[in-house]
Design a protein around this ligand. Structure first.
Ligand code: MRU
Length: 397
């Protein structure tokens, strides 16, 4: 239980991108092995990998993966090769629309691609260049997070009580985290009294991921439902709210996980400073303000029901035999009533399940925006790897 024990969510190994499947955390620690760029896109879209910096790095590895698989079937890195590479890059860059880090990372790697092709390198050498570029992006992100963590920790003195939303931790980045990076750095300086963790409906990045990371790191924390934040603020139990960001516009308007705006409004009401922690790769100077940000809308089933993944514990031989039989031919999809779904598979000598259970009426209408927009006026400061700045400083970063 120390900050050094926090998880690394993605890495390159054996010619493939390995990802912890965050949809199944914390009860199952599965690793997805992506051998194709299409697999990386699916992982991004399904939230197996998520968090603005992490999807950017995954996208960059996705382009390198294309170059080292399909890209090798081209006789040379001529016009056809380049056209296809850019087509793949655009698919990856647009896998999710709101976090600018994804398109930023993929387009940054496209500069490496264009330079390598202009040098006349063959497809194998271009692929290796791209892989080096993706690895460098991961290293740069980790360094940025450590730097912004240190800059942010300097803002606080012991004992500080934080509230955070979603997961802006190691799992959302190459390593260490942004909002949680600040909290980890402050914790190592013994400044953290407590962290309130919003569960973050509908996909529960707070209760599944942040709560787990903070436990692993040994940071004292308490999980609350999103609608309890006002109560803990009014009680005087929060000294600072700190969140990550998916896109910060030139005027400081910030898109982040749905629910962030409500917290910012509450923080203003209760006179609690509200901080956004993000690397400068999250800043989008092409947008003067937040009105141009595309907010992703996700599958209504995220709200119509809940998912659960875990291990089955067959406590009698008869149940084990039944499960063995059921999964003899591979994973079993159990027919359930009312649209519920349950899938059972063998895993590591036991049995794992993935379920989706509906807990709303059929045909109910659902609105499911994944992010919201917090106007700059609510944000006390932006904690970046280049220092702590106000909205007015953003264009100069
Ligand atoms: O939908 P998600 O889980 O990708 O949303 C993540 C967030 O909103 C994070 O707060 C943001 O990406 C910052 S992560 C360092």
């Amino acid at each position: 239980m120390a900050v050094n024990d926090i998880p690394r969510t993605l890495w390159w190994e054996d010619n493939a991108l390995h990802l912890i499947d965050q949809t199944r955390l914390p009860l199952q620690g599965d690793v997805l092995v992506c051998n194709t760029y299409e697999g990386v896109m699916l992982a991004i879209q399904s939230l197996a990998v998520r968090g603005a910096p992490a999807i950017g790095i995954a996208g960059a590895f996705g382009l390198a993966l294309w170059a080292l698989t399909e890209g090798l079937s081209f006789p040379d890195s001529g016009a056809d090769y380049l056209a296809r590479a850019h087509e793949v890059a655009e698919q990856l860059a647009s896998a999710r629309p709101t976090a600018v880090n994804l398109s930023w990372a993929v387009h940054k790697l496209c500069e490496t691609l264009d330079a390598a092709v202009a040098e006349g390198l063959d497809p194998q050498a271009v692929g290796e260049r791209l892989l080096d570029g993706a690895r460098q992006q991961a290293a740069d992100d980790e360094a940025a997070n450590r730097a912004l963590g240190a800059a942010g920790a300097a803002l606080f003195s012991a004992p500080t009580k934080f509230l955070t939303h979603c997961n802006a931790g190691s799992l959302a980045t190459a390593f260490y985290g942004t909002a949680l990076g600040v909290i980890y750095a402050a914790h190592e300086q013994e400044k953290v009294e407590h962290v309130w963790v919003d569960e973050t409906r509908p996909v529960n990045q707070g209760s599944r991921l942040t709560a787990w990371e903070l436990l692993v790191a040994g940071v004292p924390s308490t999980l609350i439902c999103d609608n309890m934040a006002a109560t803990v603020m009014r009680e005087g139990w929060v000294d600072a709210v700190i969140v990550g960001a998916d896109r910060i516009c030139a005027n400081g308007d910030t898109a982040n996980k749905i629910g962030t705006l409500g917290l910012a409004v509450l923080a203003k009401e209760f006179d609690i400073p509200f901080y956004v922690a993000a690397p400068t790769s999250t800043i989008d100077l092409s947008l003067p303000d937040g009105s141009g940000i595309v907010i992703e809308e996700r599958d209504p089933r995220e709200i119509e029901g809940f998912t659960a993944s875990g291990q089955l514990d067959p406590n009698t031989p008869a149940i084990a035999v039944a499960l063995d039989k059921m999964t003899a031919e591979g994973a079993a999809d159990l027919p359930l009533t009312k649209g519920h779904r349950l899938n059972i598979a063998r895993k590591g000598g036991g049995y794992a399940f993935d379920g989706w259970f509906k807990n709303t009426p059929s045909h109910v209408q659902v609105f499911n925006p994944a992010f919201d927009l917090t106007p700059a006026t609510y944000i006390r400061a932006y904690i970046t790897e280049k220092g702590v700045v106000t909205a007015a400083d953003i264009p100069s970063l």
